[in-house]
Design a binder for this molecule. Structure first.
Ligand code: FCB
Length: 449
């Protein structure tokens, strides 16, 4: 792959389209006990045997807490417009709700450096590292956690002031609610479908309360939230498989989007599975459905589904398709389809692609990493975004997941999503071919930018 190719008229090449790279605190920072950082649910989850592959933990990760200065230089050298990071709640707030100055200083310095380098910051408040002391009081099953999140959002926005360009309240509440409380493969590792939807409702409430606070404390910043989505393709043309695809999308894509944009849960799903509908208090949906400045979409792959008599929806592996090291199908068309579909179903705020990328079986050979599949993935997914824009969708930015290899949740360090290769023993960083490709592309954008 020599270079990324897009039509010269593409909106992706216009000055107002933002390109960035993304990370999250627990996945890169390491230093889990430094400077008064409190334990999070992911520290606890990693410590429980058999939950994370190879017994991996948040240490060392990329030791970014100690190496951030070089990492920010690396981000600058890529030539991106923006950097998406998350704040570790247990680093910046003490158990009694006071600021942890040392933890906050880490982010202040980092954000200041980004500003010096003219890189816009895109800050996620909650990328899954809930303080363990809140979990001990019920975590997201306890409605009070939504109010504790609001306190945290208030503390962060007051402390960080105008250093932050854009806030996302939550990252992928579907994953933290469903994988964390129904499937049980993420922290806190529970397995109850009804409680999972209740946890999800409290997360949405936290989002809404957080939005109120951000509007007051950081009126200049953009604010919204980030959702994971993928279209569901019916396994056959049979009407029941097509119905299963709609049900699958209602339970994932629309379950978190419809409350935010339209103030209600998808009726297709609440009618079908009334026993899962969370308890909603008067006023909740109004809080949840305040105006957002953007919706962030994380896209990796699509689902292929058929009708199932017990579970309604059954997943299938894609046959004869190209897959990544995670086994996920490479399906760029799904990104165009998803965006175009959402645009026809909702009145959308501007969209940002806040994550897109793939896990590769990457190896360091003579200081190079030839991640040819990731180069193709990048090209085809940028093309997919371009096509969605051509079809009328207002997409304003694209963030690659991820800047560097990192702790991939239940998969530990076994899955490499980075454009930069991390040698976890030496903490050496090496640009993969995809990083070089991305940087060349970013530098070749028209000079009028
Ligand atoms: C997303 C997460 C992100 C990363 C990618 C691969 O679901 O937001 O932290 O793990 O998947």
């Amino acid at each position: 792959m020599q270079r990324i190719d897009l039509p010269s008229s593409s909106r992706l090449l216009s000055p107002d389209f933002t390109f960035g790279v993304a990370t999250a605190s627990f996945q890169i920072e390491g230093a889990t006990q430094a400077d008064g950082r409190l334990p999070s649910i992911w520290d606890q989850f990693c410590a429980r045997q058999g939950h994370v592959k190879n017994g991996d933990t948040g240490l060392p990760a990329c030791d970014h807490y100690n190496r951030w200065q070089k990492d920010v230089e690396m981000i600058r050298d890529l030539g991106v417009d923006a950097y998406r990071l998350s704040i570790a709640w247990p680093r910046v707030m003490t158990q009694d709700g006071q600021p942890n100055t040392k933890g906050l200083d880490f982010y202040k310095q980092l954000l200041d450096r980004l500003q010096e380098f003219d890189i816009r910051s895109f800050v996620t408040l909650y990328h899954w590292d809930l303080p363990q002391h809140l979990q001990d009081r019920g975590g997201w099953l306890n409605r009070d956690t939504a109010y504790r999140f609001q306190d945290y959002a208030s503390l962060v926005s007051r402390e960080l002031g105008d250093r932050v360009d854009t806030y996302a309240t939550l990252n992928e509440p579907w994953v933290s609610a469903i994988l964390g409380h129904e499937v049980g493969i993420h922290a806190p590792g529970m397995t109850n479908a009804r409680l999972a939807r209740q946890a999800g409702h409290h997360m949405l409430l936290a989002h809404g309360l957080g939005m109120q606070t951000l509007r007051q404390e950081a009126p200049e910043a953009n604010a919204g939230l980030v959702l994971n989505m993928g279209p569901n393709t019916p396994h056959s043309r049979r009407y029941d498989d097509r119905a299963a695809a709609l049900i699958g999308e209602a339970s994932m894509n629309h379950w978190f989007l419809e409350p935010v944009l339209e103030g209600r849960y998808p009726q297709l799903y609440t009618r079908l599975r009334p026993e899962l509908t969370p308890q909603i208090l008067p006023g909740d949906m109004e809080i949840i459905s305040q105006d957002v400045d953007f919706i962030g979409i994380n896209y990796y792959t699509r689902g292929i589904v058929s009708f199932d008599r017990e579970k309604w929806v059954k997943d299938h592996a894609a046959k004869d398709a190209e897959v990544t090291d995670f086994g996920w199908e490479v399906y760029p068309q799904g990104l165009t389809d998803l965006l175009v579909d959402l645009n026809s179903q909702y009145i959308l705020p501007p969209l940002m692609i806040t994550e897109n990328g793939m896990a590769g079986d990457d190896h360091l050979e003579q200081d190079r990493v030839h991640d040819e599949q990731r180069c193709r993935y990048l090209q085809s997914h940028l093309q997919a975004v371009h096509e969605a824009i051509e079809q009328g969708v207002d997409v304003r930015g694209y963030f690659a997941w991820s800047l560097m290899d990192n702790f991939e949740w239940a998969e530990g360090y076994s899955k490499r999503f980075g454009m930069v290769y991390i040698d976890y023993e030496t903490q050496q960083r090496t640009l993969k071919d995809s990083a070089r490709l991305f940087a060349d592309f970013l530098k070749q954008r028209p000079a009028s930018r």
